[in-house]
Design a binder for this molecule. Structure first.
Ligand code: KG4
Ligand code: ZN
Length: 354
């Protein structure tokens, strides 16, 4: 390795995106993503077998494009990071097999890293190194987790998570109820922006005093989703011009309930753990109401909110390279090349061990 920070190649393949990126220190050189998402609209969800095959087809062209754009040769790479979990096991295995082959051929260390923590690490490429400690909120189609990050490389505590649906998953399911295309999250967000968030009093999960005490940092969205389903059963999906709450009002009231729970607990975690930085990542952090409410509530307590631009919130190679860079700079030993991907890799583990 040269005396400047090591050049890290990051490979992401947990779900439907094949991402390849190059990072040096906290500087992103390039980030290229191919996605098989378009294939799933007609199924209403991701088909793992199609995703795995798409990774296989996309990997080499994506790698070539990344190297070309950054004007980097394979030999310049100092270390590789690939997502090792959590995620779809077939998709993960394709990316990890490619990463292992490259690491062997180039004789460089390989980190099998945690995808969820990558959603936090990517923020360093935009806003610089993360203050310690910070609170992290990772919200996506598969996860809603609240983390205490004392050291991203070595010391992360999971404070809470969703007891049932993830925030994005709840949006996608309610999207289906309202007859919106898959994935419903962005459609509900757009609709909600012209609705009244107080039109319908949807319930907040885990808000009874005994639940708040037992689950101070956890989330639950299944009761809320059922409440929306009941509402739609009773009233139907309103047409424009119909009296009473509109579809936009349903979307806004539902969105408000989800984002109220997320931000209320995230701010609670910051106050309880003396953290003045809240970093938010994951595909759901594209949500406009989450961004607004988090900023508003954090400002009342002098907490700084860091959210990367939307293109770094969805799955991408930069997040994996960024976490690889954190690990390499912290001199964490690389993973053993014989590692197996772990579809439920714990959040306390930034990388699979040596
Ligand atoms: O992190 P991500 O790209 O994939 C994983 O789930 O790992 O997140 C995708 C999720 C989907 O559920 C999608 O509907 C949701 O994030 N999403 C949104 C928005 N943009 C994406 N949900 C609400 N509002 C949005 N603007
Ligand atoms: Zn993700």
């Amino acid at each position: 390795m040269s005396d400047q920070a090591p050049l890290i190649l990051g490979i992401e393949s947990t779900c439907d995106e094949t991402g390849v990126a190059l990072v040096r220190g906290t500087t992103l050189l390039t980030d290229v993503t191919a996605t098989s998402m378009d294939e799933y609209a007609r199924y209403g969800g991701i088909i793992p077998e199609i995703a795995s095959r798409a990774h296989l087809e996309s990997f080499l062209p994506t790698l070539r494009a990344a190297l070309e754009r950054a004007e980097v040769a394979l030999e310049d790479i100092d270390a590789i990071a690939c997502a090792a979990g959590p995620g779809l096991i077939g998709s993960l295995t394709v990316g990890a097999a490619a990463a292992k082959a490259l690491a062997l051929a180039l004789d460089v260390p390989l980190y099998g890293v945690n995808h969820i923590l990558g959603h936090i690490a990517v923020d360093e490429l935009v806003h610089g190194e993360l203050p310690r400690p910070s609170v992290g909120l990772v919200v996506s189609g598969g996860h809603s987790s609240l983390l205490l990050i004392r050291d991203l490389a070595r010391d992360v505590v999971e404070l809470g998570s969703t007891l049932d649906d993830a925030a994005g998953e709840a949006f996608d399911k309610v999207g289906r109820l309202l007859g919106l295309p898959y994935p419903g999250g962005p459609h509900i967000d757009r609709l909600a922006q012209r609705g009244d968030p107080s039109a319908i009093a949807f319930p907040r999960g885990l808000s009874r005093p005994q639940d708040r005490e037992r689950y101070p940092y956890d989330f639950s969205f299944s009761g809320l989703k059922t409440a929306v389903a009941r509402y739609v059963e009773r009233h139907g999906v309103p047409d424009d011009g119909q009296d009473g709450p509109s579809t936009a009002d349903i979307a806004a009231s539902f969105s408000e309930a989800v984002n109220d729970s997320l931000t209320q607990r995230a701010i609670r975690a910051c106050l309880d753990h003396d953290c003045d930085t809240l970093v938010i990542g994951g595909g759901f952090s594209a949500n406009s109401r989450l961004r607004e409410l988090a900023e508003q509530r954090a400002a009342q307590h002098g907490i700084q909110v860091r959210i990367p631009p939307i293109r770094y919130c969805t799955d991408n190679g930069a997040m994996i390279a960024a976490l690889g860079s954190v690990l390499a700079r912290a001199r964490v030993p690389a993973s053993d090349l014989s590692f197996a991907c772990d579809s439920s890799m714990p959040l306390t583990q930034a990388a699979l061990s040596a």
